[in-house]
Design a protein around this ligand. Structure first.
Ligand SMILES: C[S@@+](CC[C@H](N)C(=O)[O-])C[C@H]1O[C@@H](n2cnc3c(N)ncnc32)[C@H](O)[C@@H]1O
Length: 511
């Protein structure tokens, strides 16, 4: 992360847990010094939602903002995520395009928006401590401003006076003069300590709770990582830290069209470590790259590429007749890779997807490939069986891909897990019906939660007496990936492999 700011006094990002702090109490932002104690001048007691701007409104149309464009974009992302349940990674690119931000400005806006979304729980706890009351009691517009500024104060090299003065100006413009003293006072409090000092003061005392707080994760998600790491639970710190970092962009070179080496050379990327099709890109907008625009490459996590590879490398008994099935294919990343390899091997892929809008995405991503896309429920898709290979890339909580979806960790609930496991098991059982004797079924999730992984696969294996193939042996290039009983399954991790935390199990139907 090397974002730099364009606002007054901005400095390059210093990364989490680095660098010195401002001198608490100094009036660096040029704002009202008398309000130095957040508790001494409480802000408006309103619920955690937007309230209409109060105070004199002489203008009919709002004047242009005095705050720099990158911060306004970041603030608008936070507002959309909070107020409209938007996805940060969908709203940000459209705002950057609409406001014509590129280069350093786009990088700064991205760093602020994604960083503040990821760190939300941690920021809220610190803001609440500074304000002397929970954020839920604050005006939504004020919360957005406070989160954005607290992120700058705690996790970037932005000069404190710039973070505070822009926040006060933003608060004035969005919520009125009445909140500026409160915003100024809370941020003064926040800036009196470093992130480390706040963590030391506010983190729960139990080890998992403390690490979850430190790396801005809900505790239950951290506990699910502990459960999945098992004997390697000492890696929790590294696992959460990797999850709290903006990931490198992974591209997949389309097999048969371009090699990873050619792709890396043409875009200035680096060839991937594990997948023969992977290329890493440090930054920038991958959608604007020529090979991506031309359909020669797609954005796809290397872990997902490895799932597709394991599906096609798994040994079937007898001849592979080239009947392949992707039972949960939207938006089509793995279907595109398997379809491109099917084109080379003379095979054919059927791709099933339930959600109509995702069916369209699968059709687009597999255009020109030997792939038939079907809108159907994978539990009973109406297909005749006899497939050599079936991939069940099951709908899941996505707990293994949180770094790519900045706000997701704060929206998910433990109840999401139990709501999915029945569907996951039914899809896996459907795949076992559709595969021929001696054929293979690959079950994968982008979640390491054991209820969604071994908890789904284990009972199905026992009930149907299926053979378990060693998945680590199918991916010999990937170190330290074995998990589950006998180490037959694969669990990838961001901190070990730089991929999403994908789980993969390879089963073969008895003859
Ligand atoms: C993890 S995603 C699959 C990702 C995809 N394999 C890829 O690589 O792009 C799971 C997909 O399953 C779909 N899905 C959910 N329930 C389904 C069902 N009953 N039958 C088929 N697909 C389903 C979801 O809409 C979602 O697109």
């Amino acid at each position: 992360m090397s974002a730099t700011g364009s606002g007054p006094g901005d400095q390059p990002h210093r990364g989490k847990n680095q660098g010195g702090k401002n001198q608490g109490g100094k009036n660096q932002g040029g704002t009202n010094r008398r309000n130095s104690g957040a508790g001494s001048r409480p802000g408006p007691k309103v619920p955690h939602r937007d309230s209409p701007r109060r105070g004199p409104t002489r203008r009919e149309t709002p004047a242009p903002s005095t705050v720099d464009a990158p911060r306004m974009v970041a603030r608008d992302v936070l507002r959309a995520v909070r107020g409209r349940d938007s996805y940060a990674n969908l709203i940000l690119p459209s705002l950057l395009r609409e406001r014509k931000l590129s280069g350093r400005d786009a990088a700064f806006a991205t760093e602020l928006a994604y960083g503040a979304c990821r760190a939300q729980g941690l920021l809220d706890a610190i803001i609440a401590a500074g304000a002397g009351r929970p954020v839920e009691e604050m005006d939504g517009q004020v919360i957005d401003v406070l989160r954005l500024a607290a992120y700058q104060l705690l996790r970037t090299r932005v000069a404190p006076h710039a973070a505070v003065s822009t926040a006060v100006a933003m608060a004035r413009e969005s919520a009125g003069e009445r909140v500026t003293g409160f915003v100024n006072a809370v941020l003064r409090r926040v800036s009196e300590k470093t992130e480390e000092q706040w963590v030391a003061e506010l983190a729960p005392k139990d080890p998992v709770g403390r690490l979850a707080f430190t790396h801005a994760h809900p505790r239950w998600i951290a506990q699910s990582f502990v459960d999945a790491l098992g004997a390697d639970a000492t890696e929790l710190d590294a696992a959460l830290a990797a999850d709290d970092t903006r990931p490198v962009v992974h591209l997949a070179a389309r097999p048969g069209d371009i090699t990873a080496e050619e792709l890396a050379l043409s875009i200035g990327g680096e060839e991937g470590k594990f997948s023969p099709y992977a290329v890493y890109l440090d930054g920038g907008d991958p959608g604007s790259l020529e090979p991506v625009r031309d359909g020669l490459a797609t954005v796809q996590d290397e872990g997902s590429q490895l799932v597709a590879l394991a599906t096609l490398r798994a040994p079937v008994v007898g001849e592979d007749t080239g009947r392949w099935l992707d039972l949960c294919s939207g938006p089509g990343g793995k279907a595109a890779m398997m379809g491109a390899i099917a084109r080379i091997d003379g095979a054919h892929l059927d791709a099933v997807e339930l959600a109509p809008h995702r069916v369209k995405l699968v059709r687009t991503s597999t255009e020109g490939l030997p792939v038939t896309v079907l809108e159907a429920d994978g539990r009973d898709p109406g297909l005749s069986g006899g497939y050599d290979r079936v991939l069940v890339d099951a709908p899941c909580t996505g707990l293994g891909a949180l770094r790519r979806r900045p706000e997701a960790r704060w929206r998910k609930q433990p109840s999401d897990v139990s709501a999915l496991t029945k569907l996951q098991r039914e899809l896996l059982e459907s795949a076992l019906k559709l595969v021929r004797p001696g054929g293979v079924v690959v079950y994968s999730t982008c979640s390491p939660h054991i209820a969604e992984t071994v908890g789904v696969v284990g009972p199905v294996i026992r009930k149907h007496s299926v053979e378990v193939l060693s998945c680590p042996e199918l991916l010999p290039e990937v170190p330290r990936c074995a998990t589950g009983p006998d180490g037959a399954f694969v669990q990838l991790w961001p901190h070990r492999h730089g991929t999403d935390a994908m789980f993969v199990a390879v089963l073969r139907k008895p003859e």
